[in-house]
Design a protein around this ligand. Structure first.
Ligand code: SF4
Ligand code: SF4
Length: 195
């Protein structure tokens, strides 16, 4: 996929603290040592389909192109295969940077519109956070409603077959001690904020 060229940005529009935040999020201080050799992009099996290659993402994070990076498809197409991280001559943990960018984008509510992967990630997180367990049938249904509503009628016969075989539970699942789960998550989130 060709990179989407956007309008010229002025230095005052960039976010100079973005790189610092992503370094803290990903635990990858060597990010600033990138020499733009492009090894990560050539090692990445998915760079062909990305709007920005991994090399460009690292460069844009460093320079503070926050909106462009967070709304790119690249971070959601990353399959976490670690090929880039293994090959990087500067030991930059590019995969962890991608993870950090996904978490950041979900937190900020910024992602490509109607792109299913971030919507699924957010649904997954919110459901597990609330109920402690995921009910696949409801998750898939809500994913389609939010990203591909026109395809729902075409899925109805499959849904009906799954329902008849007991593979499409209508009752949302959940753990018993949800209060305990909330307490654990609150501690984890507090630690993330202070990290
Ligand atoms: S392989 Fe490492 S040093 Fe080379 S461009 Fe990618 S991140 Fe930068
Ligand atoms: S971890 Fe992600 S960015 Fe790195 S090579 Fe694999 S798919 Fe590409």
């Amino acid at each position: 996929m060709a990179a989407i060229e956007r309008r010229i940005r002025y230095e005052s529009e960039l976010d100079p603290s973005f790189a610092r935040e992503i370094i803290a999020f990903s635990g990858s201080p060597s990010l600033m040592a990138c020499i733009q050799c492009g090894t990560c992009s050539s090692a990445c099996p998915l760079s062909l389909y990305m709007d920005y290659t991994p090399r460009r993402i690292i460069a844009m994070v460093r320079e503070g192109f926050k909106q462009e990076v967070l709304s790119s498809r690249t971070i959601w197409l990353c399959a976490s295969c670690y090929a880039c991280t293994v090959e990087c001559p500067k030991q930059i943990r590019i995969t962890d940077v991608m993870y950090a960018l996904k978490r950041y984008a979900i937190r900020e509510g910024v992602h490509p519109p109607r792109f299913p992967i971030p919507v699924l990630a957010r649904l997954f997180y919110n459901t597990v956070r609330r109920r402690g367990r995921l009910t696949e049938s409801w998750t898939v249904l809500r994913l389609y409603l939010q990203t591909m509503p026109l395809r729902i009628p075409g899925m109805s016969s499959l849904g009906w077959k799954l329902l008849r075989r007991g593979r499409f539970p209508l009752r949302p699942e959940g753990i018993r001690d949800r209060q305990g789960l909330q307490r654990v998550l609150r501690v984890v989130e507090r630690q993330e904020v202070t990290a």
